[in-house]
Design a protein around this ligand. Sequence first.
Ligand code: ZN
Length: 340
Amino acid sequence: MGVMATIALAHALAASARGFRVIPLTRAKLPAVRSPHHRDPESPPCRGACGRLGHGIHDASADPETVRALFAAAPWATAYGIACGCAPHHLIGVDLDVRPNGPTAPQNPRGPGDVTGRNGTDGPAALARLAREHGFTVPRTVTVLTPGGGRHLWLSGPPGLTVANSAGRLAPGIDIRGSGGYLVGPGSAAAHGSYRLAPGSPVWTPAPVPPALLRLLRPPSPARLRASSGRRPSERPPAALTALVRFVRESREGQRNDRLFWAACRAYETGAGAQLAPDLVQAAVDIGLTCREARATVASAARSAARHLQPPAVWPPPLDAREGRRGGLPGTAQGGAIPW
Ligand SMILES: [Zn+2]
């Protein structure tokens, strides 16, 4: 295990000692342990029932032995994620983006649904404005500075309530990490820099979410309910994922396949590919692609995302290691989805 992985593991163990459930992440901030099902894209979604590691956020654990095993399975990890929405903290992450004004600011860097961009973004100012409008105080709480100049506020939620992930729904520049999401932990190194506690930040002790803010986080919009028809309410995908399905539905002829591919890539990169694939295929069929075309495009996106999840410095392993590997090399000729 390299120095970066050792540092990330040490921080992850410190987090787990406070009850936070963690997983190792790559430099791209994606789950680092490869899926044991990557050679079998048609297998039903598995969230770890098979007993092996490699199910993204479903691997998250506060048990030190499991955390060590996760990092041992992903020695290329340089960062770690902290699962949101889990006992005992029921963590809610408030991700405040800061991007400058001007022509150098990226335009729609996150694709559809991203309302930030050309005019600059100031997440902290947007949150302060929301607090004024809705009569709450942003509490002093764990604050992590991100390499991009933004910050993550950690809040603890009440047990028994599910807070959905969202991007820009509250206001431009404010993303919410809720159930099924994760926050990059302080002490992590990513491609663009490191994550660290803000000066004077409390350590590992998130403040309770203000009730007025919680109310803003909880409204289930009719559009989201409609978008997930046919699914039990408890299985409703977060808003960011239904936005991907909508993005496909809104495609014009000539761009349908490209947009389906793009949306499926984003879904697989966030670990929700297997969950969202049926909805994406259905959306594509509804706008005129054949089922066969749609499935092929989604499978291709899964393979593409799988390649991105392989840290280039480590994958592929040297030839002799490949030959000694039982069951062959992941992600080669047949490729495959990462159905975690
Ligand atoms: Zn499994």
